[in-house]
Design a protein around this ligand. Structure first.
Ligand SMILES: NC(=O)c1ccc[n+]([C@@H]2O[C@H](COP(=O)([O-])OP(=O)(O)OC[C@H]3O[C@@H](n4cnc5c(N)ncnc54)[C@H](OP(=O)(O)O)[C@@H]3O)[C@@H](O)[C@H]2O)c1
Length: 228
């Protein structure tokens, strides 16, 4: 059997890039998607070049670009085994903070973009009895004061369970990974005592490495020092 193929949105940075490195070590071929082509190209080279990793420029808020991303992945590698809807970003707490334009972009990326990734990848995942991964958050398990970002991650918690039920009996597994604070460019100022992106990547590799009859539905993972 050829090496399995793992597609990641938001692969140019943070959790997505770390997951790509860990998945490559575990023997996966990679499809790396985000808007920053240069960073994706550098990562694809680091992971072994064309035969092992494909860089695809994709804005997840655009359906045509997500369709094209999956087509390019299938044309290049011939299969898709894992799809990781991970692209996203945050905002300032407080319903009087940020601009309505920022809110629109955040909701479209974190919620609509994730739904489009599910829609674009389901047919190929059914073919391989593959695995769908979504990045939720601790912020999608508890409400954060004045946080529309938290509401977008509650949407991911719900979307993961909806997808799991929708895909029941197809052999496709669904995992929502729900990190606490992770030290990535998500934050303007580096957080202290946070998880490293590698910590989240290891949890993801654990979920996808289980036998076919085991579906790890959610992984809630905090740094030991996080109270909320
Ligand atoms: N860091 C944390 O504490 C934390 C905790 C819980 C959950 N999360 C979630 O983890 C996920 C990854 O975040 P991170 O912490 O790794 O932050 P990050 O390093 O800033 O990575 C965010 C990724 O999303 C991509 N992205 C943003 N908008 C996009 C769009 N419209 N289309 C395609 N790609 C887009 C970015 O790439 P481009 O800019 O190149 O497009 C980047 O690769 C997000 O969903 C975030 O909400 C983070």
């Amino acid at each position: 059997m050829p090496d399995p193929v793992f597609l990641i949105t938001g692969a140019s940075s943070g959790i997505g890039a770390a997951t790509a490195r860990h998945a490559a070590e575990a023997g996966y071929r990679l499809v790396l998607a985000a808007r920053s082509r240069d960073r994706l190209t550098d990562l694809a080279k680091e992971l072994g070049g064309d035969k092992r990793a494909l860089a695809v420029e994709c804005d997840v808020t655009e359906w045509e670009q997500q369709e094209a991303m999956v087509k390019e992945a299938l044309d290049h590698f011939g299969r898709l085994d894992v799809a990781f809807a991970n692209a996203g970003f945050g905002g300032t707490r407080g319903f009087l903070s940020d601009t309505p334009e920022h809110w629109r972009a955040m909701v479209l990326t974190n919620v609509y973009g994730a739904a489009l990734t599910i829609r674009a990848t389901i047919p190929a995942l059914k073919e391989t009895r593959g695995h769908l991964l979504l990045t939720g958050s601790v912020a999608g398990r508890r409400s954060m004061p004045g946080s529309l970002y938290s509401a977008t991650k509650w949407a991911i918690t719900g979307m993961g369970e909806s997808a799991r039920q929708d895909l029941n009996d197809t052999g496709v597994r669904v995992t929502v990974i729900e990190p606490g604070m992770v030290d990535t460019p998500f934050f303007d100022q580096r957080p202290s005592a946070a998880l490293e992106p590698d910590d989240v990547a290891r949890a993801i590799v654990f979920a996808i490495s289980q036998p076919a009859h085991v579906d790890v539905n959610e992984i809630l993972i905090r740094p030991t020092a996080q109270t909320g």
